[in-house]
Design a protein around this ligand. Structure first.
Ligand code: ATP
Ligand code: MG
Length: 403
């Protein structure tokens, strides 16, 4: 019967003066995501480099509760790993017997079904006044297990069937048998808020998750071209944003209709530059949203060389319209890596639904792969009153706060 869950974090531990702020954010995110998953009765506390999760009134967790909380914790950026733990006082005999007795119960059950099993004990003590060294503690625990099972339980330090973990701290000692991986990184939100350009594609949701992992809370901006793209395309992006919100304090989705601007570009500019011109408009509107909502950077799913619009030359010409910082977290990944991440993240299945994207509206047969600055700028000058068109698109933005 486990009374608490211990979460370990890694990168935050290397922070200096800001450490408390990072830790507070991690606590807040654990509480928030647990509550979004319908888990309410938790006490989440920080204690010397670890986070402890307990139930109110010190009740034990049931198997189902542990499983449910485990699913939540595996989505909280900043958590390196977590374990359900048993607690006892930091006295040698109490620690050794708790660890050995519980391990024996587990091993006994396994031996009902097989001839032999392997195990190891791993101990660490942060309280140096504890009378036993970590190694001695490990040997004592292993010795007790041996006494019970003899040769049927052998030690394997690399990949044992049962791993007994012990951590002796100044006021309590912890015993655990399972360690689950968290997503790592930094707690989302601790580094501020950003705006991600979210299409219905595979790459941009992955970019969003990578920004979250670096401590950004992500709002989303999507462009559609209704009535030239169907409303279902926006619904698809809403589903993706809603899924991404499982990993952070809910970000808002801004939906901007680009079709009027696209028509102006279609009617006035050389078709070869359409894609680049659309993108420049997207970046301009993204900057307007960032300024209005005080968001610190734009995030995109661009990867160098992936499609015609993403050559270095085109990306520079697109980037040129904004003075905002633009983060492109998937820039150095190949498509297979991005797909693997999207699958793990759970967005792949949502992204592959085949619906038209804004960028493909009026798409030319042969887009420019290296659009020269001066040519693109000359094309843009042909658009009558571009400023008002941008203002209008910005004013028409729909906002979804609760996805
Ligand atoms: P993705 O799979 O993310 O769509 P992609 O490889 O298909 O990326 P593009 O479609 O060229 O590449 O888009 C590059 C980036 O531009 C996207 O990752 C996204 O950040 C942004 N973007 C493209 N289309 C839209 C859109 N309709 N709304 C918002 N952002 C968009
Ligand atoms: Mg795309």
């Amino acid at each position: 019967m486990y009374g608490s869950i211990v979460c370990r974090y890694h990168e935050i531990a290397t922070k200096g003066l800001n450490r408390a702020m990072f830790e507070e954010r991690l606590l807040a995110n654990i509480r928030l995501l647990a509550s979004c998953d319908g888990i309410e009765d938790l006490v989440v506390q920080r204690m010397r480099g670890r986070i402890f999760i307990r139930k109110k009134k010190n009740a034990s967790f049931t198997e189902e509760e542990l499983e449910k909380i485990g699913k939540t914790l595996s989505r909280v950026y900043g958590i390196e790993s977590f374990s359900p733990v048993l607690e006892t006082e930091p006295e040698p005999e109490k620690v050794i017997s708790l660890a050995a007795d519980c391990a024996s119960e587990l091993i006994g059950k396994l031996l009902e079904k097989r001839e032999s099993i392997s195990f190891r004990s791993r101990a660490r003590r942060s309280d140096k006044s504890f009378p036993l060294h970590s190694k001695d503690l490990e040997i004592e625990i292993a010795g007790r297990i041996w006494e019970k099972f003899g040769d049927r339980a052998r030690i394997d330090l690399t990949s044992p069937d049962v791993s007994v973990g012990v951590e002796v701290r100044d006021k309590i000692a912890l015993v655990y048998y399972e360690t689950f991986k968290g997503p790592g990184g930094l707690p989302s939100g601790c580094n501020g808020n950003v705006l991600a350009l979210l299409s219905g594609g595979i790459d941009s949701p992955v970019a969003c998750s990578m920004a979250m992992k670096r401590g950004c809370n992500v709002d989303f901006l999507t462009f559609h071209s209704y009535p030239y793209t169907p409303m279902e395309s926006l619904e698809k992006v809403k589903r993706i944003a809603s899924h991404l919100n499982l990993f952070q304090k809910k970000g808002r989705l801004f939906a901007c209709n680009l079709s009027e601007i696209q028509k102006l570009i279609r009617d006035n500019c050389n078709p070869r530059f359409r894609t680049v011109l659309y993108r420049r408009m997207m970046f301009r509107i993204a900057e307007m949203v960032c300024r209005r909502y005080k968001l610190g950077a734009i995030v995109t799913g661009e990867a160098v060389g992936q499609v015609a619009s993403q050559t270095l030359v085109n990306m520079s010409v697109i980037n040129d319209v904004t003075s905002m910082l633009v983060l492109r977290p998937v820039c150095g990944m190949d498509k297979l890596e991005t797909i693997a991440r999207a699958e793990k993240l759970g967005t792949y299945e949502l992204s592959i639904e085949d619906l038209p994207d804004s960028c493909t509206v009026f798409a030319p047969d042969s887009p420019a792969v290296a659009a020269k600055y001066f040519l693109v700028e000359a094309e843009e000058k042909k658009i009558p009153d571009m400023g008002s068109a941008l203002e209008e698109a910005f004013r028409g933005i729909e906002r979804f706060d609760d996805l």
